[in-house]
Structures are given as structure tokens and as C-alpha cells.
Design a protein around this ligand. Structure first.
Ligand SMILES: *Cc1c(COP(=O)(O)O)cnc(C)c1O
Length: 365
């Protein structure tokens, strides 16, 4: 049996037809740029996350770059973030002109709020928590620190669409919140897409201009921006998929439960407190035998991934300049392994993954 880590084909005939119909609607009305589907998607996502405004942009990276810029973050400023994320998180901070500063992570792989405060300097302007693996960060503690030091919060919620903490959705905590809707995410377009959320009217107007080269209207440019508008075609696809997002997440949660029940005595599995509702963008286990397990699973036809083998501050581009202390992250990153996790996995495939992991540990004993 072969179990791919991810399968981006759209093979369900009904889903395929629905998406083709959605695309055809756009072909027919012809409002290819910022068409009605964009407005509707923005409205629906703002509502879903309990926010006033949502602005559709070209990617998650655009969302972060424009989100930072809309908050006035730029040169000389520092933004405190996690060391463990997709590199876009740190790059967006750098691209805005600011400097990323790296805190440490907790056992849940998210930023550890207790490691933030010692990194704050007079130049610190914001904290950017990343809801890694689809688990919302310890936001009440982070919000307390931000309030005490008058810092803004910008959430990188790219991996956590649909997740919540204390019944508050990912994307509802920061002054600004950013989503990637790229094809790998839980809520995914068939190409690049992103979304920025806020309750602040001024930030909202900034974002609307920034995604259109800083144009205030058809004539006047108020500040440099980028061409960062979400495609109407992607918005049409996302609107269709939004109807099924809860079902996808439920399926992911049920796979996660099965992994947990069968594997928790063999490896360290992700845990959910009663206040947490995770969306399982990835199912990340930890084991000191990570490399041998990965190789064994690969020999059995099971594709796993290490997200991400290099911490952001360990990347060549940040290595010499990065500030922060992240010894726990340096330890954990050697143990993490993402098992196949997506709504398309069959029960048979999930059982096969479990059996192979069990076999590995029986042989290892
Ligand atoms: C996917 C992702 C991004 C970047 O999103 P793109 O749409 O690929 O630009 C940023 N941050 C995190 C945590 C991500 O997982």
C-alpha cells in the first residue's frame, strides 16, 4: 500500500463538478478581478471568525507582509515570533523592514508565552504568534503581555482555520490576523490565496489600498503597495469549499483520535485540553527515534514530513543576525514527524499507518 502525505487531486466527481460550475460562473460574468465572489468570501470569512473586516489577498505571505504594513510596522521595529514555523513568518517580518526576534516554544510546539517578555526592547512593536499545526497559541497569556507593554498582536493563523480556544476562533485574537489559503492548508484554494482580518476600520482601508499598489482610488497612490489581490476564481473555489470546511475538520479530528488512541504509548502525540479545539493541519508526533521511524515508514510506502527540519533562526539568511533564545525548539525539532493527515485518507490507509508504526516499535524493542 502507498500512503502519500498529501493528494491534491480533486477526484470526488461531485466536488469536481461543483468547483467547475463555480469557475464557470466567473467565466460567464467576467468580473475576473475583485469580482462578487471576493466580496462574498471576505464577508463569510469575517463572519466565521467573528471579525468586522476581511481582505482577500494573493497569498498567506502577502497577508503577513500587508498586515504588518497596515499596522505601521517597518524599519527599526522588532517583532517577536516563534522559531518554529514555515519561513514565510520570519520573511514577512523582514520584508516589512522590521527584525524578527525569536522566542522559544512549549511542548505544544507553539510559542511559549513565558519566553516572550525578556525579549522586549524599546523597539518591539508587535508579537506574531503562529498557531502551529492547527492549535491556537496560549492567547490569553500573550494578550496580557501585549497589553502590559503596549504591543500589538498579529496572528499568523495560516495553519489554524477553524481551530479555536475557549470557543474563540483562530483569527479572532490579534489586532490583525492572517490566513494562508494555499492548496496545502485545511481550507484551501486551487492556487495561491490569503486573507487578512481586523476590526479596525483604518487598518481595513489601508489593506484595501495596499493590495492594489497603494491606490486610494483610480488616480491617487497614497503609499507604495503591491499587486496582492486575491483572484476571483480562487474566491469562487473557496466559497464552495467553505461549505465543507467543518466536515473536513471533523474528519481530521476523527483521524487524530484514532492516531492518539493507538499510538500514545509509543510516541508523544499531540494533546488537546478541554478549552482547545484543534484543526489538525498536521498531526505532529515526537519521538527520539524520529529518523529511523521516518525511514521505516518510507520503506513501507508511507510518506511523512518533517515540518520544519531547520528552525527559522537557523536558516542561513537569519543565522548570523537572529536574536532570541530557543534551546527547547532546538531539541524538539529533532523529534518531530508529521504523519499523513488530510480528509481524503481512507480508514484503511489510517489503519495501515498505525500498524506500520506499531510494527516499528515492536521490532525496535
Ligand atoms: C502556509 C504558511 C504561510 C504562507 O502562506 P503562503 O500562502 O504559502 O504564502 C505562512 N505562515 C504559516 C505558518 C504557514 O503555514
Amino acid at each position: 500500500m502507498k500512503v502519500p502525505f498529501m493528494d491534491l487531486r480533486i477526484s470526488d466527481p461531485q466536488e469536481r463538478q461543483e468547483l467547475l460550475n463555480a469557475i464557470d460562473t466567473v467565466f460567464q460574468h467576467g468580473r475576473i478581478i475583485l469580482g462578487p465572489e471576493v466580496k462574498e468570501l471576505e464577508h463569510r470569512i469575517a463572519e466565521y471568525c467573528g471579525r468586522k473586516y476581511a481582505v482577500g489577498v494573493g497569498s498567506g505571505t502577502d497577508a503577513l507582509v500587508l498586515g504588518l504594513k497596515s499596522m505601521g510596522i517597518g524599519p527599526t521595529h522588532e517583532v517577536i515570533t516563534t522559531p518554529l514555523s514555515w519561513i514565510a513568518t520570519a520573511n514577512a517580518i523582514t520584508y516589512s523592514g522590521a527584525t524578527p526576534v525569536f522566542a522559544d516554544i512549549g511542548n505544544d510546539l507553539n510559542i511559549d508565552p513565558q519566553t516572550i517578555e525578556s525579549l522586549i526592547t524599546p523597539n518591539t512593536k508587535a508579537i506574531m504568534p503562529v498557531h502551529y499545526t492547527g492549535k491556537v497559541c496560549r492567547m490569553p497569556e500573550i494578550q496580557k503581555i501585549a497589553a502590559k507593554h503596549q504591543l500589538n498582536i498579529i496572528e499568523d493563523a495560516s495553519q489554524a482555520f477553524g481551530a479555536s480556544l475557549n470557543n474563540k476562533k483562530a483569527g479572532s485574537f490579534g489586532k490583525v490576523a492572517c490566513f494562508s489559503l494555499n492548496p496545502m492548508k485545511v481550507f484551501a484554494a486551487c492556487g495561491e490565496a490569503g486573507m487578512v482580518l481586523t476590526d479596525d476600520e483604518d487598518i481595513y482601508h489601508q489593506l484595501i489600498a495596499l493590495r492594489h499598489n497603494g491606490m486610494l482610488n483610480r488616480i491617487t497612490c497614497q503609499q507604495p503597495g503591491i499587486n496582492g489581490r486575491i483572484d476571483t476564481l480562487q474566491a469562487a473555489i473557496l466559497l464552495k469549499r467553505l461549505e465543507k470546511v467543518e466536515t473536513y475538520i471533523e474528519r481530521r479530528k476523527s483521524i487524530a483520535n484514532k492516531y492518539k488512541e493507538t499510538l500514545e504509548t509509543l510516541v508523544e502525540v499531540p494533546l488537546e485540553a478541554p478549552s482547545e479545539d484543534d484543526s489538525y493541519y498536521t498531526y505532529t508526533i515526537k519521538t527520539v527515534q524520529r529518523d529511523a521511524l521516518k525511514e521505516f515508514l518510507s520503506s513501507m510506502g508511507i510518506e511523512t514530513q518533517i515540518q520544519h527540519p531547520l528552525l527559522m533562526p537557523q536558516q542561513p539568511t537569519y543565522q548570523s543576525s537572529s536574536r532570541g533564545t530557543f534551546s527547547r525548539a532546538q531539541q524538539k525539532v529533532k523529534e518531530i514527524l508529521c504523519l499523513p493527515m488530510n480528509e481524503k485518507l481512507s480508514d484503511k490507509e489510517v489503519d495501515y499507518v498505525i500498524q506500520c508504526i506499531q510494527k516499528f516499535f515492536i521490532n525496535a524493542l
